[in-house]
Design a protein. Structure first.
Length: 279
């Protein structure tokens, strides 16, 4: 075990602060995107319907009434969103202040539960933004490095698990599996936005099922390649490319939004090449 640890190429504390600024800049971009998409807490219009699913974490949050209290009081929701932005900007300016990072994680956790609950769908695509900040709470740079690598394995698990799910359920043997997924996911868009460019893309795909099924099988193979990452870091640059292509493909072909998972792609980037301190 000792030998394995000594061979890890740790990021230095100086590099850690630079990586923190990159991550929190991306987090701030995500919050700005949520604002313009009308997805912040104060923009939810005091929702009533909720879907906590069979999830004890969601149940506990609703038992305390935290999401309901925030969303039913407009000015509280506005202050909450303001605090969320503030504690996202502060770590960007002061990446060494762990108290700011902890405050952001707590606020984003509440936002994560609230958004998913009142979105009436137990989604998990925002989990990447929540998890990516955790390593920066570490008190020393070695702990940060272990947590950062842990997030890398979490990303690998997401894609490898998707591959194993499809493989052992034999969905790859169904000749029209991709076509059925497309019909289910794109029905609403085809009905409400029949003249949009995506509707045109789906109409073409429905008329050429061979291409859509080939893309589906290619996606399964790409997901399976992430199993390699559990055994070596050598191919991380290629896995990084695949981890960009897959969410974009899901969005284009199946109208499924997993784009926000791409923030975890930072764990596949070799920041040693970007942040080199001149002595």
């Amino acid at each position: 075990m000792g030998k394995a640890v000594t061979h890890i190429n740790f990021y230095t504390p100086w590099q850690q602060t630079r990586i923190a600024r990159v991550v929190f800049a991306l987090l701030l971009t995500s919050l700005i995107w949520s604002f313009f998409s009308g997805n912040l807490v104060h923009q939810l219009q005091q929702p009533v319907l909720k879907y906590p699913y069979v999830d004890l974490t969601y149940w506990v949050m609703h038992w305390f009434g935290i999401p309901e209290f925030i969303t039913t009081h407009f000015w509280v929701a506005c202050l909450f969103d303001l605090a969320l932005f503030t504690f996202c900007i502060l770590p960007l300016l002061y990446p060494g202040k762990r108290v700011f990072i902890w405050a952001f994680i707590i606020l984003y956790f509440i936002y994560f539960i609230t958004f998913n609950t009142f979105g009436a769908h137990h989604t998990n695509h925002k989990i990447g933004w929540l998890m990516i900040a955790v390593p920066f709470t570490a008190a020393n740079y070695k702990t940060f490095n272990f947590l950062w690598r842990g997030l890398r394995y979490f990303l690998l698990f997401i894609w490898a698990d998707a591959f194993l799910w499809k493989f052992f359920r034999f969905s790859w043997l169904h000749p029209d599996q991709a076509l059925l997924i497309l019909k289910k996911n794109a029905a609403a868009l085809l009905y409400y936005e029949p003249n949009s460019w995506k509707a045109g893309l789906y109409q073409w795909a429905l008329q050429h099922p061979g291409w859509i099924n080939a893309a589906y099988l290619s996606g399964i193979v790409m997901e399976g390649l992430f199993l390699i990452g559990f055994f070596t870091y050598k191919y991380d640059r290629y896995l990084l490319l695949l981890s960009i292509l897959l969410p974009v493909g899901f969005w284009l072909i199946a109208d499924a939004n997993f784009v926000e998972l791409m923030v975890l792609n930072c764990t596949l980037v070799n920041f040693h090449k970007f942040f080199v301190r001149v002595q």
